[in-house]
Each structure stands twice: as C-alpha cells, then as structure tokens.
Design a protein around this ligand. Structure first.
Ligand SMILES: [Zn+2]
Length: 165
C-alpha cells in the first residue's frame, strides 16, 4: 500500500517532506518533482473545504475552476493557495492521478517520476471538452500531435508541389 494509517493522520509532516515545488510551466504555474517519486507514491493532498453539490454548483456558475467532485453529494473547493494540489496541471499523458479515500482527495504517482519533471494528471473528459477543447490542450502529448500533424501537412503540400513541376 502507498499510504499507511500513521502517515495519513500526519499530512503536516508529509507536507514538510514534500517532493515537489511550484514553478513556472507552459500554462502558468505547475508542480515539479524535486526528488524522484516512485510509482504509486503519495504526492500531495487536494485540500479544501467540503461543499454540498448545491453550494458547488453556485460556485461553478461563478467561474470557480478548482472544484473537485468527490461524489454526487460532496465537492472539494480547492481554491486556497495553501492547496498545492491545485497547481498540478492537466495532461492527456499524465504521470499522476487523483484518488479519493473517503472524503479525502489525493494526487499520487502512476509512473516513476524523475527529478525536475512536471507532475500532471488527467482532468478528465468533461474538462477537456468543456474548458480547453482538444485543440487548445497545451500538454506535451497534444502539442506533439499537432506538430506532427503540421509536419505531415507540410510534407503533403511539398509532394503536391513536386508533382506540379
Ligand atoms: Zn492534451
């Protein structure tokens, strides 16, 4: 198991020993590993006050982007800057995931993460289609896909050009 009882009741200690820093990323701020993080290891809790679905819907309508739905009744409002979890950016090929344990939300590694790598998780289909759209996604995987697409289009137009000659 990645999380032991003693550790889970001692999040303050874990925060002091944290293996990440907040730094500049392509899309603003992001979380970056300051030490190697092993696959399945706990990284950080997604902290915030607990809201009912009704309260959360109101905040969402006002543009709160840090709501994390735990279940049909409860949502975490992760707006606080003390919630380091809010700095983890989206990726379509992430190295971490969110995991709920009861009403606690944590981010944990799904791969071994090397020092200096940005810690990302997949925000999910709703986020991708409603908030950023696939074309607007700035994660490494989507950027590479768009670059490959552009290279292919260039090669194609070159071929078309060549056959004209
Ligand atoms: Zn993407």
């Amino acid at each position: 198991m990645w999380l032991h009882g003693r550790e889970s009741s001692n999040m303050a200690d874990m925060a002091r020993n944290r293996a990440f820093r907040i730094g500049r990323s392509r899309t603003g701020l992001g979380l970056f590993a300051t030490a190697p993080i092993r696959k399945r290891a706990f990284i950080v809790e997604y902290k915030g006050r607990k809201l009912t679905t009704e309260q959360a819907n109101k905040l969402e309508a006002r543009g709160n982007r840090y709501l994390f739905e735990i279940n049909s009744r409860w949502t975490i409002d992760g707006t606080s800057r003390k919630n380091f979890g809010r700095y983890a950016n989206h990726s379509c090929r992430p190295n971490a995931e969110v995991h709920t344990i009861g009403h606690k939300v944590i981010i944990r590694a799904i791969k071994n993460i090397r020092t200096g790598a940005e810690i990302t998780y997949n925000y999910g289909r709703d986020y991708l289609t409603n908030v950023i759209t696939r074309r607007g996604c700035k994660c490494d995987k989507c950027r590479k896909k768009r670059a490959d697409g552009r290279a292919k289009a260039r090669a194609k137009s070159r071929r078309a050009h060549d056959s004209d000659a």
